[in-house]
Design a protein around this ligand. Structure first.
Ligand SMILES: Nc1ncnc2c1ncn2[C@@H]1O[C@H](COP(=O)(O)OP(=O)(O)OP(=O)(O)O)[C@@H](O)[C@H]1O
Ligand SMILES: [Mg+2]
Length: 353
């Protein structure tokens, strides 16, 4: 449990670091601080920390800038060195389960067990045709060395890592309305929702069924891919490319190029969903909830809607928190909202059972 009821979610991403401080001691969590600091290129690449010392110095600056006094943080990770997959096991009590997972995990993950950090969550229980009680767990295994870089960066800034969690799991807490509201409004059939976070370098996909994450996939592509594409093909500056991506200026060549690549990207997302559907027999995937500033790209929601044949909603990661005194105007906060789904969700981690 967080000390003094204050929890801090820390999202070290490709383009910036985001921090959210939440008072979780009340029945309704209150967002008490929110900060963001841009990172230079190359410090975080493909979701991994390449330069821990530089990240530490930006973290110190972020803490100073936002006058954050607490140092205990929940850190998010998402990259190719984390593997998430379901595993079916006979039902057993929780204390036995931990050992069973340890014993059997190697055949499910491509990382030598001594180099891996393993975590899991029970997501389902069912009976087989032979009346055997089974459970499904979602297993997450990460390379120890990759996690170490995060710990080094955080400790190097004088902070203390309380937990490391998958960014995809964190998103589920801020982007899916909390359970009470969820059940009241959609009591008939809550179904499943697909969360898609498009950042600068990574797209995180998480399918949430009845409030529980069931499927996680990370695509190594985000908004910066499209910036680079425009810069390289049209010989324009990154700033001009951002204008085009944001729909503030247009150019026929740029639009055609973007259109094609957005469709290719949507195809990648679709294949991930198709894979999940084929594995799970899911029949009730009812919408996509978008987040990440990369998702603000012109035509992206429309193309996702066409390619996935699902309604697209813009996520509201502030829906499950009350707002404390924050140093932003409502307009600034609305602008920021897309990029804070992960940090807010990480801070809400300790509100769960
Ligand atoms: N208005 C906008 N229109 C289009 N794209 C935008 C807009 N604002 C920001 N972006 C893009 O969003 C991306 C940054 O989003 P975000 O802050 O969510 O990424 P990140 O968290 O730093 O990266 P990641 O999660 O991939 O590690 C950049 O690629 C930027 O070009
Ligand atoms: Mg991000």
């Amino acid at each position: 449990m967080a000390k003094g009821g204050i929890a801090i979610g820390l999202d070290i991403s490709t383009g910036s670091i985001k921090v959210a401080e939440v008072n979780i001691s009340r029945r309704e969590p209150v967002l008490t601080n929110l900060g963001i600091i841009m990172l230079p290129e190359g410090v975080v690449r493909e979701g991994e920390i390449d330069d821990a010392a530089t990240v530490s110095s930006y973290l110190k600056e972020l803490w100073k800038q936002n006058k954050i006094s607490k140092r205990r943080v929940i850190v998010g990770v998402s990259n190719q060195k984390v593997i998430v997959r379901p595993m079916d096991l006979p039902y057993m009590p929780e204390d036995e389960l931990e050992n069973a997972v340890k014993y059997q995990v190697q055949e499910f993950i491509p990382i030598p067990i001594d180099d891996a950090i393993v975590d899991y969550e029970v997501v389902d229980e069912y009976m087989t045709g032979e009346e055997e009680r089974m459970q499904t767990i979602l297993l997450a295994a990460a390379h120890r060395e990759m996690i170490s870089a995060f710990i080094d960066a955080v400790v190097g800034a004088g902070l203390s890592p309380a937990a490391v969690e998958l960014k995809a799991f964190a998103m589920a807490r801020s982007l899916v309305k909390n359970e009470y509201q969820f059940l009241e409004e959609e009591a008939e059939s809550p179904g499943s929702v697909c969360l898609v976070n498009i950042g600068a370098g990574i797209c995180n996909i998480c399918i949430v069924k009845e409030g529980t994450p069931r499927f996680v996939r990370m695509l190594m592509r985000g908004g910066d891919f499209f910036t680079k594409l425009l810069v390289d093909h049209l010989n324009i500056s990154p700033a001009d490319a951002e204008e085009i991506k944001g729909g503030r200026s247009t150019d026929a060549n740029a639009n055609a190029l973007l259109q094609r690549e957005i469709q290719a990207f949507v195809g990648e997302v679709r294949r991930s969903l198709e894979y999940y559907i084929s594995q799970s027999q899911e029949r009730d995937l009812n919408k996509v909830i978008l987040s990440g500033s990369g998702s603000k790209m012109i035509n992206l929601p429309l193309e996702l809607n066409r390619g996935l044949r699902l309604p697209i909603e813009i996520g509201h990661p502030l829906q499950n928190v009350q707002l404390g005194k924050l140093p932003y105007t409502p307009e600034e906060l609305a602008e920021l909202e897309a990029s804070i789904a992960v940090s807010v969700g990480l801070a809400l981690r300790d509100t769960e059972e």
